[in-house]
Design a protein. Structure first.
Length: 609
């Protein structure tokens, strides 16, 4: 409410006096009451501000955080019958919005205004009723120019008001009769509203069968009403008012984006349009909603669609856990974590990939459960697609970003290599030592740890899907030749390169630093992320696996690398259920051919959380 000048101030005082007279103390009732919900807001700040404004007009004003994630401004608590009477009177006086309604305290989670209050546990506040109409008197407004520079003193005499008798509720037969007058649109609207609040989960068909009747009864019971299964005229108005209020609080509006070629309903109380960053039209959060929406639009074919499917899974906004479905000309990609939810769907339409991504925090789950179906049902692909040149001015390129969105980074990157034709991978236990929610081979193939030997420091991974590696290890059956040339394939720079690189050095010792028979020492420098990679002799035979660069809390010198000896791994691999291929190679390879062999055989092993 915004009032200007002295007339507005006087009107405010009269209205406040009138409203305060609606309520007077009496004997307290030892019962839990209901509330009159008058507004709902996505922002806590806005809800508190509105509650303070209403508190200047009427008593018993509260603000609550609701189960939906919104913040409700409510009056109460009152006895159910009194609340209906008060609501009618407040509506008649224009003191509350027309879509205000009576609700039990069950949808409310916690009180946020007034600070420290607990109206949810308070008894119902008493009111009284009578037959007389309100009488209001007011005095003339003082002349503002009588004394320049001095604000006039306004005095508003008290107004007296008593509650008119409540209009009788319809009988069950009257409710049936009034319901029978509804047209198809009116019947659909009731089912839609019941569905919105989670009471109805069948088709919107306007047919009031057992499912609809049960939903109506459940809604009545939840609202503290007699569960007849038939809504009276007043109850239908209340239900639709609640629905419209919720809808308004989300700001659902149809957006037609000619540039992206998409029409869709979006919650504009939560997001506003941001930049275009191909292939996305971005909608950024507002009102502390933490909700983000991307409209997906790009020219392309099925390869483009499936490429997008792979790229989306690398983004921070798509958590690892979640259902994924890719088939034909469409895909659905979901993700969920303790702090984030994500839903992406896209399809191939007329030579373009069109879709959307919706991102939200867990506390918005109830709201998004209503928003998402509306987005899905309203989504329409129009002609045209986003221009690949659609990027924000001054955008800086970043290897860790895709179209302005952060690429998800693994917690740990190490190397590994294929040891059989089925795609089993040998790596260091360091790669899987932490609590990994997911282990990926080459950042693409989910794997599980099928065997580990912490004494040796090796682990065997099996991919969840069958792989056909381009090459796999042929293992040495005898020790390498001292001071011979060797090569190590791996992924330095935490896997920043797309394929494994090869570093060359010499076999410096056939034992470890403490004389271990299972370890050999190499004279070459390796990075932490190369641990787990294969060690080759110049014939292409795998003679070892690189170990991490620190042992017993001591860091090794830069030109020293320790590796397990391949000829000592037979028992461990047998325990893992593997029969390694023994090398019969005798011909020396060029370094270029050896590097290609290493790249074909070596993979990244990444730990994700």
């Amino acid at each position: 409410m915004r009032l200007n000048g002295f007339r507005g101030l006087l009107a405010l005082m009269l209205t406040a006096t009138l409203a305060l007279a609606l309520f007077w103390p009496g004997a307290a009732r030892a019962q839990q009451g209901v509330f009159i919900q008058i507004e709902s807001h996505a922002s806590l700040t806005e809800a508190e501000s509105r509650a303070r404004a209403y508190a200047q007009l009427v008593p018993n004003v509260n603000a609550f955080r609701a189960q939906t994630g919104l913040y409700a401004v409510s009056l109460g608590p009152y006895a159910p019958a009194d609340a209906q009477t008060l609501l009618s009177q407040l509506l008649a006086q224009g003191l509350v919005p027309r879509d205000s309604f009576v609700v039990t305290g069950t949808p409310y989670v916690a009180q946020v205004y007034p600070i420290g209050a607990n109206a949810l546990a308070a008894p119902a506040q008493p009111v009284t009723g009578g037959a007389e109409a309100p009488v209001i008197e007011q005095t003339a407004l003082p002349d503002a120019s009588a004394q320049p520079g001095t604000a006039p003193v306004l005095t508003a005499p008290e107004a007296t008001i008593v509650l008119a008798p409540e209009e009788p509720e319809e009988t069950l037969q009257q409710a049936r009769n009034s319901e029978a007058q509804l047209d198809r649109a009116g019947r659909d609207a009731l089912q839609i509203a019941l569905q919105w609040f989670g009471f109805y989960n069948s088709a919107i068909d306007g047919a009031f069968g057992p499912g609809t009747r049960n939903a109506m009864s459940a809604w009545q019971q939840d609202r503290g009403l007699d569960p007849t299964g038939v809504l009276t005229t007043r109850q239908r108005e209340q239900l639709l008012g609640e629905y419209q209020g919720e809808l308004a609080s989300l700001g659902m509006q149809t957006i037609r984006d000619e540039r992206a070629g998409i029409q869709i309903d979006l919650p504009l109380a939560m997001v506003r349009q941001g930049d275009y960053n191909f292939p996305f039209a971005q909608f950024d959060q507002i009102n502390d909603s933490a909700v983000q929406i991307l409209l997906i639009s790009q020219p392309g074919d099925r390869n483009t669609l499936f490429g997008l499917y792979e790229i989306m899974q690398t983004l921070e906004i798509v958590p690892l856990e979640g259902a994924r479905e890719r088939q034909g000309d469409r895909f659905v990609l979901t993700g969920q974590s303790d702090t984030l939810r994500s839903h992406t769907e896209a399809r191939l339409v007329g030579g373009a990939v069109k879709g959307f991504t919706l991102v939200w925090p867990p506390e918005r789950d109830d709201q998004i459960a209503r928003v998402l179906p509306m987005m899905q049902q309203s989504f329409t692909a129009l002609d045209g697609a986003l221009d690949p040149g659609a990027i924000p001015a001054g955008l800086e390129e970043n290897i860790d970003m895709v179209s302005g969105l952060e690429v998800r980074q693994p917690d740990l990157v190490r190397s590994g290599f294929y040891i059989d034709a089925q795609g089993s991978v040998l790596t260091t236990t360091e790669a899987v030592a932490g609590q990994c929610a997911q282990v990926l081979i080459d950042n693409a193939y989910e794997a599980e740890v099928s065997y580990r030997d912490d004494a040796l420091g090796l682990a065997v991974l099996r991919p969840r899907q069958r792989l056909a590696p381009m090459a796999f290890a042929e293992m040495a059956s005898s020790p390498g030749r001292l001071r011979s040339d060797v090569g190590v394939a791996g992924f330095p720079f935490d896997g920043a390169l797309s394929s494994a690189s090869m570093a060359f050095g010499t076999l410096a010792d056939l034992r470890g630093m403490n004389g271990e028979e299972t370890i050999q020492r190499l004279a070459l420098d390796t990075a932490d992320s190369e641990a787990g990679g294969p060690v080759f002799d110049l014939t292409g035979t795998v003679v070892g696996m690189v170990l991490p660069g620190a042992t017993e809390a001591r860091a090794l010198p830069a030109d020293v690398t320790l590796a397990l000896r391949a000829d000592q791994l037979g028992a461990a691999l047998a325990a893992a259920g593997l029969t390694p291929t023994i090398s019969t190679r005798t011909t020396t390879m060029s370094r270029e051919r050896l590097a290609r062999l290493g790249a074909d055989m070596t993979v990244t092993v990444t730990c994700w959380n």
